[in-house]
Design a protein around this ligand. Structure first.
Ligand SMILES: [Zn+2]
Length: 340
């Protein structure tokens, strides 16, 4: 299987992160890349540098207002006397969609959901290449390869059409799904990250051509709190095209696989022409977030179950943080997936 990755994706190196109000090192570190590359190579992947694709495939899922913000906000922010080294919001609109602020501080609050997606000089370039890795993986599958892996970093599934959040800026899984839509009528996205794929859900919430399924720790007491509940089913034409499968904290392999079965049944009933797997590895029992308890062999079983759908599949890297098992978990998933 081809694995798409560009070295520019390492440059984004965020510092700020607040955990229960307390400053901590940001977990979305460039060092994740080395573990994931090693994991992909151990599974037999050929590492391929993506091409540049401009803004077209990204603007297909994000608003122009937001993309203009992402590209320019760092320079504008640093012109403010005494501004921090990273763009961090300190005020948010209570409801969005009203007046659009002219100031950099106001726009940061408008376009950033939380403090865990700080923007530095390198963020835009890294996010672009991350998205382009997803585009090339989608194109490889559209050209007839049965599967491709995009080592997307920074990750994407918490980014909405006009909102960054949770380490994410451009929604790589959504970009891949939209790209695949060019060649097939229906695309499903299956998100197995520890955290609910709220941005992906948001992008497609009113659409019936992209089914979104997410398995994650119950947001009643877990990030992203405001999304990911079982009663969020879509809206308008999209009603019935979103499935959330929240799990109790510390759910292990069997419980996860049971939810996965339910997700797979829904995907079969949707009869898509292609699948995007939003592959977070942070459901791992040893991940620093500690939300669920999937084992390393458990990821192989998850990969095998998904592969049985026999769909052209783009695997997009989402979360999974620095711990001893990170690379092995990717190897395990990809190896299990390859047994089809
Ligand atoms: Zn996550």
């Amino acid at each position: 299987m081809k694995a798409f990755f560009a070295d520019e994706q390492r440059r984004h190196d965020p510092n700020t992160f607040l955990s229960s109000g307390s400053p901590q090192p940001n977990p979305e570190q460039p060092a994740r890349v080395d573990r994931l590359l090693a994991g992909a190579k151990a599974a037999g992947c050929e590492i391929v540098r993506p091409g540049s694709h401009g803004l077209g495939p990204i603007a297909a899922v994000h608003t122009p207002e937001y993309l203009e913000f992402l590209e320019n906000i760092y320079t504008r922010w640093r012109r403010i006397e005494g501004a921090s080294l990273e763009v961090i919001p300190n005020i948010h609109p209570a409801t969005r969609g009203g007046r659009y602020p002219a100031s950099a501080v106001g726009q940061a609050g408008y376009h950033m959901a939380d403090t865990s997606c700080p923007i530095s000089a390198e963020t835009w370039e890294s996010a672009l290449w991350s998205a382009w890795s997803a585009v090339d993986a989608a194109d490889a599958v559209a050209r007839g390869e049965s599967a491709a892996y995009a080592l997307c970093r920074p990750p994407g599934h918490h980014a909405f059409a006009d909102l960054a959040g949770g380490f994410c800026f451009i929604n790589n899984s959504a970009v891949a799904a939209q790209r695949l839509r060019g060649g097939t009528e229906r695309v499903a996205i299956l998100d197995v990250d520890l955290h609910h794929g709220n941005g992906t859900q948001g992008v497609f919430y009113a659409r019936d051509d992209v089914l979104t399924v997410s398995i994650h720790a119950d947001p009643v007491r877990f990030y992203p709190f405001f999304w990911g509940h079982a009663d969020e089913r879509g809206e308008g034409r999209g009603l019935g095209y979103n499935l959330n499968l929240p799990l109790a904290r510390k759910t292990a392999d069997e419980g996860f696989l049971e939810a996965l079965d339910a997700g797979i049944r829904r995907i079969k009933a949707f009869a898509p022409g292609a699948l995007v797997v939003a592959l977070g590895l942070d459901a791992f029992e040893g991940d620093p977030f500690g939300g669920l308890s999937v084992s390393t062999p458990g990821f192989a079983r998850i990969g095998e179950a998904i592969a049985r759908l026999k769909l052209p599949t783009v695997i997009v890297q989402e979360g999974g943080y620095l711990c001893d098992g990170l690379g092995d978990n990717l190897t395990s998933f990809l190896t299990g997936f390859g047994h089809r």
